[in-house]
Design a protein around this ligand. Structure first.
Ligand SMILES: C[S@@+](CC[C@H](N)C(=O)[O-])C[C@H]1O[C@@H](n2cnc3c(N)ncnc32)[C@H](O)[C@@H]1O
Length: 282
C-alpha cells in the first residue's frame, strides 16, 4: 500500500500519539512496509482509513498491531558491553553499600524500561548472579517492560534461537546461563525467577512501579522528540531511590533534561544519579 499525499502526516501523528515515537519525513518507506500489510488485513484500502479506524474506532487489537509493527525492537545479549561492566563493577556494589549503610533490607529492584524481547533484563540478572553468586539472603526483583505485547510474550518465554544466542559479546556467560531445550536455549531458573515482565507504555503514568535501585532506559529515548524524552526521563527518575542509578544507551544523553541529570561515565557507560544532585541544584 502506498502513501497518498497527506497520509504520512496522519501516520506520524498517530504513531506519536500511540507510542510517543517520532517518525521524520524520510520514514514513509517504513510506514508503507510495516503498516501497509496491517492496514490491508484490517480491510482498509488506504492509510487514511487506517487512521480513522484507529482514531475513532476503539480498535485495541489493531492499535497494538500498529504499535508492535512500527516500533524497532533491535536488541542483543550484553548489547554494547559497557553498561553491564558499569552495573557489575560500580552500580551494584554502590547500591549494596548504600542499602547496608541505611540499614535497608537485602533487596535489589532493577527496571529494564524498554526491554524488547528480554535480552536486557536477563543479562542484568546474569550480572547480578555473577556478583552475588548464590544470592543467599538477597531478594532480587528485575522488571522488564515494553510497549510491545509481542516482544513481552517472547521475553516471558525466555527461550532464544541459536542466531540470537550468537549475537553477544559474552559467549562464555551465555553458555553458563542458558541450557538447550526444544526450539532453542532457555535461561537458567536461577536467573529466570528474578525477572518478571509486563506491558507498559512509557507515555503512561508509572505509579506503583518503583522504587528502583537501578533503571536501564536504553536505546528507546532516541525515538522520542525532545519534550517527550525529557518528560519520560523526569518521570523515570521519580521511580528511583535517592541512591538510584539511571543507565541510558550509548548514543543517548539527557543533557537537556534538567540539572538533576549530570552525566557520569563509568566503565565507558553513561549513567546518572538524579536523586543525589543537591536539592538546590535540581
Ligand atoms: C531498540 S529496542 C531497545 C531494547 C533494549 N533496551 C536494548 O537496548 O537493547 C526499543 C524498544 O523500545 C520500545 N518502545 C518504543 N516506544 C515505547 C514506549 N512508548 N513505551 C515503552 N516502550 C517503548 C520498543 O517496543 C522496543 O522494544
Amino acid at each position: 500500500m502506498q502513501l497518498r499525499p497527506g497520509e504520512l502526516q496522519l501516520m506520524q501523528q498517530l504513531v506519536r500519539q500511540l507510542a510517543g515515537v517520532s517518525l521524520d519525513d524520510s520514514k514513509g518507506y517504513l510506514v508503507e512496509a510495516r503498516l501497509g500489510p496491517i492496514a490491508e488485513r484490517s480491510g482498509c484500502t488506504n492509510f487514511n482509513e487506517l487512521y480513522f479506524k484507529l482514531r475513532y474506532g476503539g480498535e485495541k487489537v489493531l492499535e497494538q498491531q500498529v504499535v508492535d509493527a512500527i516500533t524497532t525492537h533491535e536488541t542483543n545479549f550484553f548489547r554494547d558491553g559497557a553498561p553491564y561492566d558499569a552495573l557489575q563493577f560500580k552500580l551494584l556494589p554502590e547500591v549494596i553499600d548504600a542499602r547496608e549503610r541505611q540499614g535497608q533490607p537485602k533487596k535489589l529492584r532493577i527496571w529494564s524500561a524498554a526491554c524488547s524481547t528480554g535480552q536486557e533484563p536477563y543479562c542484568i540478572g546474569i550480572v547480578v548472579h555473577e556478583l552475588l553468586r548464590d544470592l543467599k539472603g538477597w531478594d532480587v526483583q528485575i522488571l522488564g517492560t515494553d510497549i510491545s505485547k509481542g516482544t513481552i510474550e517472547i521475553a516471558e518465554r525466555g527461550v532464544f534461537a541459536d542466531h540470537e544466542m550468537a549475537r553477544t559479546a559474552r559467549p562464555q556467560l551465555m553458555s553458563k546461563y542458558f541450557t538447550r531445550v526444544d526450539g532453542g536455549h532457555r535461561v537458567v531458573d536461577a536467573v529466570r525467577k528474578m525477572v518478571t515482565f509486563r506491558q507498559l507504555n512509557l507515555l503512561q503514568p508509572m505509579h506503583g512501579l518503583g522504587p528502583f535501585d537501578i533503571v536501564f532506559l536504553r536505546n528507546v529515548l532516541i525515538y522520542f522528540e525532545s519534550e517527550v524524552r525529557k518528560d519520560i526521563a523526569r518521570r523515570v527518575a521519580e521511580t528511583l531511590l535517592p541512591h538510584g542509578w539511571l543507565v541510558v544507551g550509548a548514543s543517548e544523553n539527557l543533557l537537556d533534561a534538567g540539572p538533576r541529570f549530570v552525566p557520569q561515565t563509568h566503565c565507558r557507560a553513561t549513567v546518572y544519579q538524579p536523586g543525589l544532585v543537591p536539592a538546590g541544584k535540581r
